[in-house]
Design a protein around this ligand. Structure first.
Ligand code: ADP
Ligand code: MG
Length: 324
């Protein structure tokens, strides 16, 4: 199978979205964002061995490759329009391609995000997607907009993907049911697109959690020139699997570390003014995901982690290291 057959077979479909004037097949694709919109553009590269294991199910890999990009659009409050796929493959394995493109395109269809072009070459397995979204001019959610006194929220659950990663690394064993759920979080994350859209005009700053909650919080705080206080008992409720972990030798502290610094969560971390709790919960309902209030942004530099009695457990940047 040649390069052009491969593209035609697995990646070229007649465009169906009104915002795509021209899709795969010419030298450029042509997109038509609505009047008054800004284009939101993001790229993510997934490299075998670094971002995924060679044994991962190709359907899930296709899903995740696009999901991580849609998660970036969600963090900006942008509606997905289209994406390109730059793919480097060691060989044209038909069953792998079939399954990879099915995972990729079914997620794309779910969000009306059309595959409009790309590049295909032989080489080590490497997947680079660039996604385009639209957001009304001036309304994108940025990292830099947080204000002192804003509440800090996290969508969904965090730490579960890290549990699965530790199992793959051989450092942890989990009850089968917990592992199945954690693995789905790692391999097939759900981008919080609906929540991102609903948070326009409500959130003051947002980011998607890819490296770990505290690390990504730092990006918002640095960009906004603020510090924060995080309420540990709230953060401790973030891991979905935590109730299924009796009988494992995981300590509460380790679970908290996975929730706060696990990585690969693809949840939204955002700030909103203190008076906007009701609006935030309405946005969560319309996005179909729960949202947890975990702390407050303030003017004191750094991040303070406080326990249920209000005692500071960790008060300077160096103490982040044990979450690394
Ligand atoms: P060019 O030589 O102009 O770069 P190519 O021959 O690489 O074009 O690609 C032919 C067409 O197929 C182009 O429209 C390109 O965007 C598209 N394309 C290439 N690889 C992919 C892919 N993996 N997925 C979707 N479209 C692709
Ligand atoms: Mg090319």
């Amino acid at each position: 199978m040649g390069e052009f057959d491969l593209i035609a077979r697995y990646f070229k479909r007649p465009p169906t979205q009104p915002h795509v004037d021209l899709g795969v097949g010419d030298d450029c694709a042509l997109l038509r964002p609505a009047a008054g919109m800004q284009l939101a553009v993001t790229s993510d590269m997934l490299v075998e061995g670094r971002h995924f294991l060679s044994t991962v199910d190709p359907f899930r890999l296709g899903h995740k490759s696009l999901a991580v990009n849609l998660s970036d659009l969600a963090a900006c409050g942008a509606r997905p329009l289209a994406f390109t796929l730059a793919l480097s493959l060691p060989r044209a394995d038909e069953s792998w391609l079939e399954s990879f493109s099915a995972g990729l395109l079914s997620l794309a269809d779910q969000y009306g995000c059309e595959l409009v072009g790309g590049d295909t070459t032989r080489g080590p397995l490497n997947i680079c997607i660039t996604a385009f979204g639209e957001v009304p001019r001036g309304q994108a959610l940025l990292r830099s907009g947080a204000q002192a006194g804003d509440d800090i929220y996290v969508s969904g659950t965090t730490g579960d993907a890290r549990l699965a990663l530790e199992v793959f690394r051989g450092s942890l064993s989990l009850p089968q049911q917990v592992f199945v759920q954690a693995r789905a979080r790692l391999e097939q994350p759900t981008p919080r697109v609906g929540l991102g859209l609903a948070l326009r005009g409500i959130a003051t700053a947002a980011i998607d959690i890819s490296d770990g909650l505290l690390g990504d919080l730092r990006h918002i705080l640095d960009a906004s020139g603020l510090g924060a206080t995080i309420h540990l008992p709230s953060a401790a409720t973030l891991m979905a699997a935590s109730r299924g972990l009796e009988g494992t030798n995981l300590t509460e502290k380790e679970l908290l570390q996975f929730s706060l610094a696990g990585g690969d969560d693809y949840e939204l971390l955002f700030t909103a003014p203190a008076g906007s709790h009701v609006a935030v919960q309405a946005a969560a309902a319309s996005g179909g995901v729960r949202v947890t209030h975990i702390g407050t942004a303030d003017r004191l530099p750094g991040v303070r982690l406080i326990d249920g009695e209000g005692r500071i457990q960790s008060g300077n940047d160096a103490s982040f290291d044990h979450f690394a």
